[in-house]
Ligand binder design. Structure first.
Ligand code: THG
Length: 606
């Protein structure tokens, strides 16, 4: 990757330009300028019909001292252009928009003051989380846009004014693919829009947006733009500065738009904008600033002056690992543990869920998800595998509903690579994939880890290799070490996105082979947590009591969970309402359960 932009960002605060749309409007363009009545209002077409209007905007901001100008391509995806009947011009419009900005930036660039071109990629007019458009179609449209922008001369890409995290994921999948195909790479900014009500349009909290973008290596800078002025942004911006690992970007409007006599007015003065930005940079540590709707060359001139004198404050960043739904993040480690993963949305683990699946009663499946949330689940395991049914289709139907109708993050439980990908394409948050192992060697694991990287997911790894399920703590640890080595070394996964499951066997059968299995499972957790403190551990706790009566199951599950947590277990797949605190279990029950777990043979069936 060309490092000029990164070098400049490391040296000083960088300044984006101001509003494109509002500054095109002030030029009083005619229908003819737009290329005819049917294209009037299509700002993106101006790069062909009236490039001088676009050059005027760029020139004003370059004269004002902007380091980065944005291409006039906000809506230049085939998706938006189709509304004007010119979807086929998408590549050309992006290429031209970048070429115009490139020429202008080059004309103003000097050795001491390089100017950069950011390829603007707007949100389109469709929300994939609401099913307005499919993931693949949206990704392909962004791919074409990214290609046009980069080939036309953009130095970086700016995925901006994001409304729906699934749209962000489609854009990042497109950019990722373009980078792989062409072996090129440019910096990528992701900037989300927080509406006045305090979330993105789809209801996403800022923490969910930060978490969902966090695993993507290709994202260089993260921040927010549009919808409000700087005042309304401050709290969310502070969250980003305290929680995102990346340099922070902010591009407010010149205040909240006001409707005055049928005209949209933005009233924040250059002076006011400068005062807010001084704090954002000097106190919060924001690194890249600019203006969105309503900001003029005067606003940008003030920011350019500010950038010359001010350094970003040092940031103290909370690096707690999280996963996220479309709406809100959840930490992967709770204090006290465990994080509870609801087990019941599983066609193999719940008769009721299986029957609802067979009857395709999706609303009732959503109701089961919500019931688990009420019962205290922090995450939901989702498995729709059923012999004879189309698992991929079932996964799509379920995940696309849970995405918007269940508020907590999902764990995608499937053995099929194509089913996992289908789930990740319909999930707007940061999911966990359940699971990988080395049973069939490295090939399948490689496929699933590739998906985790492409869609930004964490993953559960089972301690199973070519010889089957590990039974001793040492063997479990050895397989975990091999998986971790491959996952982090070869596939670029981070420790915090790896969750080891050291396998739970039933103690309910009395089977001699498994009588010491719980000890081995829990010892392996201890070894893993002490060797790699940033990795996580999980267990399918209910497996431990298969074969026992319901009450005995609840007691044994609860005591086993408690014991495993003392050894460092972070999360557990459970039926949350059936987990009892220890004080609610009589001493005899606790004693019998611990004897089973520790294989103290005081207790033998009569
Ligand atoms: N590790 C990982 N994933 C897993 C498991 C694991 N996923 C599946 C399973 N094991 C965990 N989930 C369940 C779900 C339900 C039950 C047990 C484990 C269960 N169900 C009742 C039964 O079968 O008797 C049925 C209840 C009903 O029908 O309502 O016990 O270990 N990574």
């Amino acid at each position: 990757m060309n490092t000029r932009f990164l070098d400049a960002m490391n040296r000083r605060v960088l300044v984006f330009d101001g509003a494109t749309g509002t500054n095109l409007q002030t030029q009083n363009l005619t229908a003819e300028d737009f290329g005819g009545a049917e294209l009037e209002g299509c700002n993106e077409y101006l790069v062909l019909s009236k490039p001088s209007a676009v050059e005027n905007v760029h020139r004003d901001f370059l004269e004002a001292g902007a380091d980065i100008i944005e291409t006039n391509s906000f809506g230049s995806t085939s998706i938006v252009l189709a509304e004007y009947g010119i979807a086929d011009l998408a590549y050309k419009l992006n290429f031209e928009a970048a070429a115009i900005a490139r020429r202008m930036a080059d004309a103003y660039s000097t050795e001491e003051h390089p100017r950069f071109v950011a390829g603007s990629m707007g949100p389109t007019t469709k929300l994939p989380s609401l099913g307005h458009i499919g993931f693949d179609e949206m990704r392909d449209a962004f791919h074409e846009q990214a290609a046009g922008l980069i080939e036309g001369g953009a130095d970086l890409l700016c995925v901006e004014t994001c409304q729906d995290m699934l749209q962000v994921k489609a854009a990042l999948a497109a950019i990722h693919r373009y980078f792989e195909e062409t072996q090129t790479r440019v910096p990528v900014i992701v900037s989300v829009t927080i509406e006045t009500m305090g979330t993105m349009l789809m209801g996403t909290e800022i923490g969910a947006a930060v978490t969902t973008v966090d695993p993507y290596d290709i994202v260089t800078v993260f921040g927010m733009n549009c919808a409000t002025g700087p005042k309304e942004m401050e709290e969310n911006l502070r969250y980003i500065c305290q929680n995102s690992q990346r340099p922070v970007f902010v591009m407010p409007n010149a205040g909240i738009p006001e409707n005055i006599g049928g005209h949209t007015c933005y009233k924040l003065t250059p002076d006011e904008l400068e005062q807010y930005m001084r704090r954002f940079v000097g106190e919060l540590g924001v690194a890249v600033i600019g203006g969105c709707c309503g900001t003029t060359a005067e606003h940008i001139a003030r920011l350019a002056a500010l950038a010359r004198e001010l350094r970003p404050a040092a940031r103290e960043i909370d690096r707690s690992a999280m996963v996220s739904s479309l709406y809100a993040p959840v930490p992967m480690h709770l204090d006290p543990p465990p994080l509870l993963i609801g087990e019941r949305c599983n066609a193999n683990g719940s008769k009721k869920f299986r029957e609802l699946l067979l009857e395709e009663r999706y609303d009732d499946m959503v109701a089961m998800a919500r019931e688990q949330i009420r019962e205290g689940a922090h995450l939901l395991d989702v498995c729709v595998a059923y012999v004879g049914r189309d698992e991929r289709r079932d996964m799509r139907e379920v995940v696309s509903r849970f995405n918007t109708q269940a508020s907590i993050p999902l764990m995608i439980d499937s053995t099929e690579v194509d089913v996992i990908e289908e789930a990740l394409k319909h999930y707007a948050g940061k999911a966990i994939v359940n699971s990988i192992n080395l049973e069939d060697g490295e090939e399948r694991m490689a496929q699933v880890l590739t998906l985790c990287k492409r869609y930004g997911a964490a993953v559960v790894a089972l301690t199973i290799d070519e010889n089957g399920m590990a039974k001793t703590a040492e063997k479990k640890f050895e397989i975990a070490a091999r998986i971790r080595e491959l996952a982090t070394g070869k596939f670029g996964m981070r420790d915090e996105d790896l969750i080891f499951d050291t396998l739970t066997f039933t103690l309910g059968s009395g089977d001699e082979e498994f009588r010491r299995s719980a000890i081995a499972t829990v010892d392996a957790i201890r070894m893993i947590k002490s060797a790699w403190p940033r990795c996580f551990t999980s267990l399918g706790v209910s497996n431990v009591s298969f074969g026992l009566n319901p009450h005995a199951r609840h007691v044994l599950n609860s005591v086993f969970l408690h014991y495993a947590c003392e050894a460092g277990l972070d999360m557990a797949i459970v039926h949350a309402s059936k987990i009892m605190p220890l004080y609610k279990i009589d001493e005899e029950g606790r004693g019998i359960a611990m004897d089973l777990i520790l294989d103290n043979r005081r207790w033998e069936p009569a």
